[in-house]
Structures are given as structure tokens and as C-alpha cells.
Design a binder for this molecule. Structure first.
Ligand SMILES: CC(C)(COP(=O)(O)OP(=O)(O)OC[C@H]1O[C@@H](n2cnc3c(N)ncnc32)[C@H](O)[C@@H]1OP(=O)(O)O)[C@@H](O)C(=O)NCCC(=O)NCCS
Length: 161
């Protein structure tokens, strides 16, 4: 986990590279999440053979219980970019969420300059709900972010379920 977490490319559009203590905190949260009942956060490892350690992470978390809205997020080891793995992994988890967690909407947020992540959302069939102005403070300045979503009925129409 530290190997992934310490790679600057994994965080370019998100935040400063976490120090070791922060990775430890995330790991503690991950363990706590596994003990929740019912679970509201899943942090999943993306494994890509022949590697035996995680090559990416996928996070699925409840955003707004009343409307059954969950958020998905992704990050991959830079050596794995461009092979369709983010879409493949997200599709599997979103399929499972709509099927097993009774989810109504899945949303994803990304830095407006993160074209690879925007493309992942488009390839997943998500729609842009809007552009949130200056909601991120990074590298000494404000940045906009996009919010994308997909509804259960839209996901079903894509025939993944
Ligand atoms: C975002 C990320 C997960 C994408 O992973 P990936 O496995 O390479 O994604 P996929 O291969 O499934 O799809 C990427 C798509 O974006 C496109 N793409 C990649 N880099 C791009 C860029 N700089 N500009 C425009 N499109 C880009 C790819 O060509 C591909 O589209 P295509 O299949 O139509 O050609 C990966 O880049 C990453 O881990 N980035 C760092 C962490 C991060 O930013 N996470 C998102 C936080 S919101």
C-alpha cells in the first residue's frame, strides 16, 4: 500500500503525496471499514497478474443514504495506465453495487484537468452533472472539478447487469 501511496503520479490531481503516517492512517481506516456493519465504505485492491501486490485501488463509499447515492474513485500504478484496467475494475464494482447494495445513483468527482479520469467516467457511461467551481485547493491555487453520475436504470440499459 505504501508503494502505491508514495507515487506522486497517483496523486497529481488530488493532493500532496502522503507521508508514511498518512498511509498508516488510511490503512487503519481501511481495517475499520471492514468491520463496519452495515458497510458504508469499501477500499478494494486492484490486482493485475502476474503481480502479487495491489496495482491500484478502487474506493466505493456511501455519499447520501436517503437517496441511495454512492461515490466511486480509482487510482492505478502508473505502469498500468492505458490498458483499460480502471474501466474494467470500476465496471465490476459498479455492477456489484447496483446489484447487491441497492444503489440508486453512483457519482464520481475529478479535477477538471484530469482528462484520463474524465475519459474513464465517459467510458463507464456516466453523465456530467456539473462543474463545481474552485472546490479544490492544490499547489497553491484553486481548481474546478467535475461531478459525473449514472443511475441504476441507465446502468441496466447498458446491459452490464
Ligand atoms: C485515471 C486512471 C485511473 C485511468 O486509468 P487507466 O487504466 O489508464 O484508464 P483506462 O485505460 O481504463 O481508460 C483511460 C482512457 O483515458 C484516456 N487517456 C489517458 N490519458 C489521457 C490524457 N492525458 N488525456 C486524455 N485522455 C487520456 C485513454 O486513452 C483511455 O481512453 P480510450 O480507451 O478512449 O483511449 C489513471 O490515469 C490514474 O491512476 N491516474 C492517477 C490517479 C487519478 O487521477 N485518479 C482519479 C482521481 S478522480
Amino acid at each position: 500500500m505504501r508503494d502505491l501511496d508514495s507515487r506522486p503520479e497517483m496523486h497529481t490531481y488530488e493532493r500532496e503525496v502522503p507521508g508514511e503516517a498518512e498511509t498508516r492512517k488510511t490503512l487503519d481506516e481501511l481495517i475499520k471499514n471492514q468491520q463496519e456493519e452495515p458497510r458504508t465504505t469499501y477500499r478494494l485492491a486492484i490486482s493485475i497478474p502476474p503481480h502479487e501486490t495491489a496495482r491500484g485501488i478502487l474506493k466505493l463509499s456511501q455519499q447520501w443514504e436517503a437517496i441511495r447515492e454512492w461515490e466511486v474513485g480509482w487510482a492505478l500504478h502508473p505502469e498500468e495506465w492505458g490498458n483499460g484496467y480502471a474501466v474494467e475494475a470500476a465496471r465490476g464494482v459498479m455492477d456489484w453495487a447496483f446489484d447487491e447494495l441497492n444503489v440508486h445513483r453512483i457519482v464520481a468527482f475529478c479535477h477538471a484537468g484530469n482528462s484520463a479520469s474524465v475519459r474513464v467516467m465517459e467510458k463507464l457511461g456516466m453523465h456530467q452533472d456539473g462543474r463545481l467551481r474552485e472546490t479544490r485547493w492544490l499547489m497553491g491555487q484553486w481548481w474546478d472539478e467535475y461531478v459525473y453520475s449514472i443511475l441504476e436504470k441507465e446502468w441496466k440499459d447498458l446491459n452490464y447487469l
